[in-house]
Design a protein around this ligand. Structure first.
Ligand SMILES: NC(=O)c1ccc[n+]([C@@H]2O[C@H](COP(=O)([O-])OP(=O)(O)OC[C@H]3O[C@@H](n4cnc5c(N)ncnc54)[C@H](OP(=O)(O)O)[C@@H]3O)[C@@H](O)[C@H]2O)c1
Length: 267
């Protein structure tokens, strides 16, 4: 490929994407961040990483320009770099709630824009990335190249923009739901006598092993759950309690609440 990917705003998500993409030896990487410590840390860890002096330098020298700033800064950053955008470049925004139309407007339609919604496991190369390729300026060959890039650091789902709110409420917010459940199991383990360290180690392996089983067994999640619940046994007693207290219904309602909140915030 031999392209340059530059990131404007190298905070949690920008740095995670750059660090993950560092394993691609066909890609030159650069980044700009106002406080230099973050780009200096990236340069220390990634051989081919160039520290840019400004957002404009990133825009001028990159084929793919990732916007890793907070959503409220996207308009300002695009206004700053719009003059440097040319039709061969692609702007990829990871900002929550910023639409393709807003990105096109900010970029003055000078190049194609892509809306991407990541989640935090991207930081360890296991993210899920929703990609919206609805900008008519984006050729199919570029769509494939961008999916291939993000496929290096997780799973790519190409979605219509209308599905982004639903994706955010499930996979975008999802790590918080999983960690919430993990915390609860850790508290229970401590309550029944394990040290915090043992409880945390045990719960991390519990989740890891269960995910691996779900991935590799080829069986539906419901069948896997049933297989732990022997008739008249210990597990079914606990699962009955979860059902009586509507844990499943509450999780569904939590995600629907997140979906609603995303709708309100996108207005
Ligand atoms: N973290 C997540 O779970 C997550 C999930 C999905 C989507 N996102 C999206 O990812 C984006 C970044 O989130 P984050 O969690 O990575 O935030 P973050 O850690 O605060 O990173 C934002 C970075 O932008 C830099 N910045 C501020 N003003 C700038 C400017 N004018 N030009 C260039 N860089 C500038 C900040 O630098 P300073 O530190 O020097 O101010 C900071 O390093 C957001 O739009 C968010 O919606 C995040």
């Amino acid at each position: 490929m031999n392209k340059t990917l530059g990131c404007i705003g190298c905070g949690n998500m920008g740095s995670a994407i750059l660090r993950g993409l560092a394993k691609r030896d066909d890609l030159n990487l650069m980044g700009y961040n106002p406080s230099p410590a973050k780009t200096e840390a990236l340069a220390a860890d990634i051989d081919r990483f160039v520290i840019a002096r400004s957002a404009r330098e990133v825009a001028q020298r990159s084929d793919y320009i990732i916007l890793g700033v907070k959503p409220y800064l996207i308009g300002d950053v695009l206004a700053e770099i719009a003059g440097d955008l040319t039709p061969d470049k692609v702007v990829i925004s990871v900002a929550a709630g910023v639409s393709v139309a807003a990105l096109q407007k900010g970029a003055d339609a000078r190049c194609a824009v892509v809306r991407c919604m990541p989640n935090t496991p991207a930081m360890v190369g296991e993210g899920i990335f929703a990609m919206c390729y609805e900008d008519a300026q984006l050729p199919e060959s570029q769509q494939d190249a961008i999916s291939d890039l993000f496929g290096t650091i997780g799973t790519v789902m190409v979605l219509p923009e209308t599905k982004f709110g639903a994706f955010t409420a499930t996979a975008g917010c999802g790590p918080a739901y999983v960690f919430h459940f993990m915390e609860a199991v850790i508290e229970a383990a401590v309550t029944v006598g394990f040290t915090r360290k043992d409880a945390a180690d045990m719960v991390i392996q519990l989740f890891k092993g269960s995910v691996k089983l779900a991935e590799e067994s080829g069986q539906h999640i419901s069948v896997l759950r049933e297989s732990v619940c022997s008739p008249g046994g210990v597990t079914i007693a606990a699962v009955n309690h979860l059902d009586r207290t509507a844990v499943r219904g509450n999780i569904i309602d939590a995600i629907l609440t997140a979906r609603e909140r995303d709708r309100e915030m996108s207005k």
